[in-house]
Design a protein. Sequence first.
Length: 313
Amino acid sequence: MLDALPVVEDRRLLTGFENSEDAAVFRLDEERGIVFTIDVITPLVDDPELYGAIAAANALSDVYAMGGRGLISLSFLGTPAGFPEDVGAAIAKGGADLALAEGAPVVGGHSVESKDLMYGLAVVGLAAPDAVFSNDGYEVGHDLVLTKPLGTGTLTTALKARKIEEAAVEDALAGMRQTNRAAVSILLEHGVRAATDVTGFGLLGHAAEIARASDVRIVIAQSRVPDYPGAREALRKGYVTRGNRSNLEYVRTLGPLEGEAEALLFDPQTSGGLLVGASASCSESLVAGLRDAGFEATERIGVVEAGSGVRID
């Protein structure tokens, strides 16, 4: 769909949609760039406030993936005809409470009648123009660092099918509610300028996007990729989303794929972690700092090499 949009020729636009970036960044002056994004999701859990909070964290993640911080948000709520108003209010409250805690309060919004229930935020943020994270900043020799485990797609699919209890996916629910805000300052301190968040296209989909944007080969050691408890087992039992099936084809449209990738690497994520390209000289310190900041599962999962596409080791 984005291929049909005209390319905007404006030197103040630092990032648009050309490299599959997470948000647009528009330079205001030498010190300030506006970060703007929108994201909406359908329910993953039965608890309306938790659903709202996860949706808000998911939307805010795009600002953090650009190295920014949130300023204000607008909410969007789509509800089927006859949907209980008190449940809609609880969803909106969950999202607004999280956004407020993140420093990007909800100051307005829009609601519509829709076939499916959906909720999310449009977020405006700020970033320093010379410190924006991007998909085209990955360099040969970088270590690849992932800040959260994978597996939210398969686990929530099994949860919605009532094949597992909510208590079995507590770690994944907490991980989706956790924002990437605390990671941004640590990444900036370590000189990081290459990052993206792992969301609907799965780890390999986003890896393929950055390989193409940066003209490099992304090499992933899949044995080092962290997963939420029960995720690999849920995938073995066949709890996969439509996105899991389509993500493999998406990767192949972007460049070569070498090696056999397990299903976890194609699993669509909601409010996933950041996939970071960091100098090998500081990646150990970066991982330690991220773990200390609450991203306990952070791992170095690969490297950036000369070449193209993605290779699985």
